[in-house]
Design a binder for this molecule. Structure first.
Ligand code: AMP
Length: 514
């Protein structure tokens, strides 16, 4: 047992401590698996220590520095981020779909002298030519040789829980991406809160991690289960059939399944869905994008009652609210109550709380919050008010304190002087069984300013025409909210977490109008 514990640091919570504690209890148990390769807890901790010593002694990176990690989800991702963290070096994580200018930007902004990169991405990494990076460490034989040489003793660097362990970059609705500094303390507390909330992290539990680990939420969903001695199957990329097949064969008890994944699931023929068995699941956890009410109802029918959790949060705040299974059907289009130790308030433009039930901007404060944007004190100041983070999301709260997300402030469409929240229109269209996905935005319009426009992806093998959807909208919505145009498309633009990029739809319409 003592072999697994970092020396002299029990006062501080580091992101790898829970893994070390699990290793002390069950060293030989499998912790992580990916594509048939597995790591026991003892081996995972051994490799975390080796990465820490490689980073500190071998590569000479100093406490407070950052190094880049550029890879799809893989078995090594966890040990690289945790090992760097034990050496006091934060991981500037780059999504596997990043284009060369983004790769270069993140490396240079974070001052990364080293990049850990998967073999598949090595070429694009080198071609992006970041001026700061002196060394590319390619995951595979070269990386293994370095680990074999590195010491497996605990790394001597003293790290505190206030140190930054990772810097994921938010895409940012406008302008350059921002590096969100996440501390050990915030992340550990957020994981503990999650365990209490979802009740699916014990040594007997098995989780599937399919969302990208370069994203704050994706990493936390792979990390939390192993703090509590559970087992995680990491999927290298999202594919609905392998996700559902893995849940079935691994008898998974939890998975983080974003709304785009659920959309993919329910676009499949029923006979296909019937081959998978969801009885082992305790928690199907959704987040990062709106989960339409019609989809929630399908989830409850398919996974069974008592399993769906929906969370709302941002990279900066971590999880801020959560809706438990008992309220999924009782509270429509709702993201639940504030997370443990979290405060929310709904404010007008001057920061005063609005009257209960009114729409305003959602502010969040909690111990899980970020430690500011990297190198951007003005952006940090603009996005925060004291201990509060100003989310940019419009919301309202009901008399029981439940939070309803109305929409992103920037995605609002203004047509004929009226404010229209795209999500409300999308919900109506998605209630039609033939509509698989929907994105609503505004097209430039000479008279109305903007004209509500809906992009719809049909469920395979099903059909509906624009007139029928328009009639449905007329029935459920005020006249000014009814789309002036409905377009059928093959796919919607989405980011790596599956969020529909309404701003790209809007840009498309602006370009057409020119
Ligand atoms: P990110 O920082 O990339 O995780 O994006 C945060 C944003 O995602 C929030 O400000 C919301 O607009 C959106 N979001 C996250 N969770 C939800 C949810 N459950 N429902 C609707 N939108 C969400």
């Amino acid at each position: 047992m003592p072999d697994f514990i970092r020396r002299g640091a029990a006062r501080h919570m580091l992101i790898s401590d829970g893994i070390r504690a699990s290793a002390g209890r069950t060293p030989d148990r499998m912790a992580l698996r990916e594509s048939g390769r597995a790591l026991s807890y003892a081996r995972l901790v051994d490799r975390i220590s080796r990465v820490a010593n490689l980073v500190h002694a071998g590569l000479g990176l100093r406490h407070g520095e950052r190094a880049a990690v550029f890879s799809a989800n893989c078995l090594e991702y966890m040990e690289i981020v945790c090992g760097m963290a034990e050496a006091g070096v934060a991981a500037a994580t780059i999504g596997p779909a990043a284009a060369p200018p983004e790769i270069r930007f993140i490396c240079e902004d974070s001052g990364a002298r080293v990049m850990f990169v998967s073999a598949a991405l090595e070429e694009v990494a080198r071609a992006s030519a970041p001026s700061t990076v002196e060394r590319f460490i390619v995951i595979g034989p070269a990386y293994e040789a370095l680990l074999a040489e590195a010491s497996s003793a605990p790394c001597p660097v003293e790290v505190t829980e206030h140190d930054i362990f990772s810097v994921p970059y938010t895409s940012g609705a406008t302008g350059r991406p921002k590096g969100v500094q996440l501390s050990h303390r915030g992340r550990v507390l957020s994981g503990y809160a999650m365990a209490g909330e979802h009740r699916c992290y014990t040594p007997e539990d098995r989780a599937v991690a399919t969302t990208p680990m370069f994203h704050g939420a994706g990493f936390l969903m792979a990390l939390t289960p192993i703090w509590f001695g559970g087992q995680v199957e990491i999927l290298p990329r999202f594919d609905i059939e392998s996700l559902m097949g893995t849940i079935t064969s691994f008898q998974a008890t939890s998975a983080y399944i974003v709304p785009a994944h659920f959309a993919a699931l329910f676009a499949l023929p029923e006979a296909k869905r019937a081959q998978w068995d969801m009885r082992s699941m305790k928690a199907a956890i959704s987040g990062t994008a709106p989960l339409p009410q019609a989809t929630k109802e399908r989830i409850v029918a398919y996974f069974g009652e008592g399993k769906l959790f929906e969370r709302y949060g941002t990279t900066e705040t971590s999880i801020a609210t959560s809706l438990g299974p008992q309220d999924q059907l009782r509270k429509q289009a709702c993201v639940g109550l504030p997370y443990p130790a979290t405060q929310v308030k709904i404010c007008d433009g001057d920061g005063n709380a609005v009257a209960q039930g009114e729409v305003g901007e959602l502010w969040v404060s909690s111990p899980y919050m970020f430690s500011g944007y990297l190198n951007l004190p003005e952006a940090t100041a603009a996005g925060t008010r004291g201990d509060w983070f100003v989310t940019g999301d419009l919301a309202r709260q009901d008399e029981e304190g439940f939070v309803y997300l109305v929409d992103r402030k920037n995605d609002m469409v203004i047509s004929g002087g009226e404010n229209i929240y795209p999500r409300e229109v999308e919900e109506v269209i998605l209630a039609h069984p033939a509509a698989a996905e929907c994105g609503v935005t505004g097209a430039p319009h000479p008279y109305f300013g903007e004209a509500v426009t809906a992009f719809v992806v049909l469920r395979p093998g099903m059909n509906v025409d624009a007139a029928t959807l328009t009639a449905l909208c007329r029935e459920k919505l005020s006249r000014y909210k009814v789309p002036k145009e409905i377009r059928f498309v093959e796919t919607l633009p989405r980011n790596s977490m599956g969020k529909v990029l309404r701003r790209e739809l809007r840009a498309r319409l602006i370009a057409e109008a020119k």
